[in-house]
Ligand binder design. Structure first.
Ligand SMILES: Cc1ncc(COP(=O)(O)O)c(C=O)c1O
Length: 495
């Protein structure tokens, strides 16, 4: 059976008996304006005349006359008994028409307040429906255990109670906070209890909460250079000053930070797997960093976004687990280990008192993260599927990383120098120094490759041209096609 177009509820129609314009014409004008502005779309069903008349407090004939006028002019189509619908195809001259300035053109719309500059050069930003190599940080969505997730979803719906429809705890569903704390204690050596965990709507919200609760405009923060643009944007949007700290083979140059910006209020770091360079912060530097924070009473924000994916040796414990001074705020996300559309992440704070302060701020941001998703995730974790999925993905990603390295070695060994870490979701490739970047960017756009440039993540310290190739979301075949396209792009851009 053909799906019926649902009836539209029309908000905002105002008819006045004080005006000289007849009521039916007022209604006609307003409906027409809605169609021209795109508020009513082709195929939308208008409310039955008697319903709309009742809602507006006018005689039914007023609505009939307005509808007839719209039918006559081609804006809507109507058949007795079948309903009245916005015409599927509006003639161009109708779409271009404006009357009484009711339809603002895009050109006259007020500009939105610009956010911190985000260069358009990064081919990997923006949502992609189709998986295009080599998007960074995208999990293997084709391998997601849909059935098990569905099972958890069914379980949640079966036990869904009235209580879940109201306002949940701003800090997150209690059982989920417990499951996260238990996971972090075991898998990441994080020292925490459930009371210290706050469930947030994506790690960007966690970052924004930290900024709002702990920093003031004009405060300095250490920012890895190159480093995660999401953090940089959270800082600059709040008027906080990111102080670039160079990255070395064993991670952040802590001594540089201590020497040049000793009074910074916070250090943002990705110690397990530096984003984007992929290195790990050495033990010695971790101690140095913790000492600085303790002495200065500054904060460390540890973003542990993809540490689960380590393909050799034992998983590295978190920096938070080494902290005895209560200076580390730990941040993690489900975007990499499960899927980014979930929009659930967490932060772990050193004290319950801080949790209560953060609670007030989150309350004003989004009140709480969506309950249904939290409950499903909780069931998924409690059922053991979460750990099982991570284990499975770790093996798969190790294999995919090897496949990509093999392809690069076979097809591009003379053009690309590859930096490999046995971890993470992307490999870093250094481009030839004499590459024509404009031509290269044009070529990758033409080939529809999603490639991130390390330069996008740098603040001050210029590096040789380098790209990041994500491997986790792609089969061997897709990566082969991607590498072949990359060969063409490099051929166009290298002398
Ligand atoms: C360093 C870093 N942190 C966090 C995230 C994840 O953010 P979210 O939880 O908002 O998806 C990413 C995603 O690419 C990242 O690269």
């Amino acid at each position: 059976m053909a799906k019926e177009s649902p009836e539209i509820i029309l908000a905002g129609i105002k008819l006045s008996r004080q005006l000289a314009t007849p009521l039916y014409l007022q209604l006609y004008e307003q409906l027409r304006a809605m169609i021209l502005a795109g508020r009513l779309r082709p195929g939308d069903r208008l409310p039955p005349g008697r319903n709309l008349a009742k809602e507006l407090g006018v005689a039914r004939v007023i609505v009939s006359q307005a509808y007839e006028q719209l039918v006559m002019e081609g804006y809507v189509t109507g058949k007795t008994g079948a309903g009245t619908f916005v015409a599927e195809k509006l003639p161009d001259h109708l779409l271009n028409a404006t009357r009484n300035g009711q339809v603002p053109s895009k050109a006259t719309a007020p500009p939105v307040k610009p956010l911190a500059a985000r260069p358009a050069e990064n081919a990997q930003t923006g949502s992609r429906i189709e998986a295009v190599p080599f998007q960074v940080g995208m999990p293997a969505l084709d391998q997601f255990p849909y059935k098990l997730w569905q099972q958890s979803g069914n379980q949640v719906l079966k036990n869904f109670k009235q209580a879940h429809l109201g306002y949940e705890d701003t800090l997150g569903c209690w059982n989920l906070r417990k499951a996260i704390a238990a996971y972090l204690r075991i898998a990441r050596a994080v020292t925490c209890e459930a009371e210290q965990v706050i469930v947030v709507t994506g790690s960007q919200q966690g970052l924004n909460l930290v900024v709002e609760c702990l920093l003031n405009k004009g405060d300095k923060v250490w920012m890895e250079d190159p480093g995660y643009h999401g953090a940089r944007i959270a800082f600059t949007n709040a008027g906080v000053i990111p102080c670039p700290i160079p990255i070395e083979a064993d991670g952040l140059n802590v001594a540089h930070g201590v020497q040049h910006f000793p009074d910074a209020k916070l250090a943002y770091v990705t110690p397990s797997h530096q984003f984007p360079m992929g290195c790990t912060l050495s033990h010695g530097k971790r101690e140095q960093l913790l000492d600085w924070a303790r002495q200065q009473q500054s904060w460390i924000l540890e973003d542990d976004y993809d540490s689960e994916f380590r393909y050799e040796g034992r998983p590295l414990p978190s920096l938070q687990g080494m902290d005895t001074g209560g200076r580390v705020i730990y941040s993690g996300t489900f975007s990499k280990v499960l899927f980014p559309g979930l929009r659930l992440a967490y932060i772990v704070l050193p004290t319950v008192q801080m949790v209560n302060e953060f609670k007030r701020v989150k309350d004003n941001q989004d009140r709480q993260s969506p309950v249904m998703e939290q409950l499903i995730l909780c069931d998924f974790m409690e059922g053991g599927y979460f750990l099982r999925h991570i284990r499975k993905m770790r093996l798969l990603y190790a294999e995919r990383q090897q496949q990509l390295l093999h392809l690069l070695q076979t097809h591009l060994k003379d053009q690309l120098r590859v930096s490999v870490a046995p971890s993470g979701m992307h490999v870093l490739c250094w481009l030839p120094e004499d590459i024509d970047m404009t031509k290269f960017k044009e070529a990758i756009q033409k080939e529809r490759l999603a490639i991130a440039f390390v330069s996008y993540f740098t603040i001050q310290y210029k590096l040789s041209p380098a790209i990041m190739l994500g491997f986790t979301a792609y089969t061997k075949y897709k990566m082969k096609v991607g590498v072949e396209k990359l060969v063409l792009c490099l051929r166009e851009a290298c002398p």
